[in-house]
Ligand binder design. Structure first.
Ligand SMILES: O=C(NCCCCCn1ccnc1)c1cc(-c2ccc(F)cc2)cc(O)c1O
Ligand SMILES: [Mg+2]
Length: 214
């Protein structure tokens, strides 16, 4: 039942997860996608790397590129102090609609601003829209070919400042070779690779953490 995979994930969450308990929603998504049908959430293994980075950075402002069902959005939002905000961009209306409902079930929607549109169109509007000077953390998990152009766009829009942390999913699988080459060879970044596995599978993947040096 449920016309789409995101819809089937949402229905499983609504039936099995505890309302207002983000950890139970995260677990529900992971058990559905590990046992019933695979989906492109960052997952529990890479999710623990994401958790560690969020807890270390303690960000006031977070940008996420690629919301999908809101799984990583929840993982980040549940660790944000009151007053901190998470802006997440999704170009697929259906994904965004499902994510909104999953974030609501988890009880983290108050700290999240979910914008629907392409990252290249939305990024230039963010500074003015949220009256912010820079992001403290950027989680990159959208089209793999957009990682590099959007990182350069963030630089050009003055949305990165010395110390801003970029964390990119899937740098091994499906891969983002041009992005990796850029952050690993640019003098403006200190980059480090975190080996892991593709969500719910025994396949190599990893995340790249890159600190912008200004
Ligand atoms: O394509 C991915 N994500 C982007 C989805 C569309 C983003 C749309 N958007 C949002 C904002 N601007 C644009 C992705 C893919 C895979 C994967 C891995 C192996 C495989 F065999 C098939 C797929 C694993 C992931 O973890 C991923 O994140
Ligand atoms: Mg991903």
């Amino acid at each position: 039942s449920g016309k789409s995979r995101p819809m089937r994930i949402l229905q499983y969450v609504q039936r099995t997860a505890v309302q207002g308990d983000a950890n139970s929603v995260i677990s529900a998504v992971d058990s559905y996608c590990a046992n019933v049908e695979w989906a492109m959430n960052v997952g529990d293994m890479k999710g623990e790397i994401l958790d560690a980075v969020v807890l270390d950075v303690r960000p006031r402002w977070v940008l996420e590129l690629g919301t999908y069902c809101g799984y990583s959005t929840m993982r980040i939002a549940r660790f944000l102090p009151p007053g901190a905000r998470l802006v997440t961009l999704e170009m697929n209306h259906h994904y965004a609609q499902v994510a909104k409902q999953i974030l609501g079930h988890a009880g983290v929607d108050a700290q999240v601003d979910l914008l629907v549109g392409t990252s290249s169109a939305l990024i230039p509007q963010l500074k003015k829209k949220f009256d912010l000077d820079k992001f403290d953390l950027v989680f990159i998990d959208h089209w793999k070919t957009s990682y590099l152009p959007d990182t350069k766009l963030l630089e050009e829009c003055g949305l990165l400042a010395s110390g801003t942390v970029l964390l990119a999913d899937n740098v091994t699988c499906p891969g983002a070779p041009d992005y990796l080459q850029y952050v690993r060879n640019s003098p403006r970044y200190k980059s480090l690779y975190f080996p892991s596995q593709l969500e719910y599978l025994q396949v190599e993947d990893g995340m790249e953490k890159s600190i912008f040096l200004g």
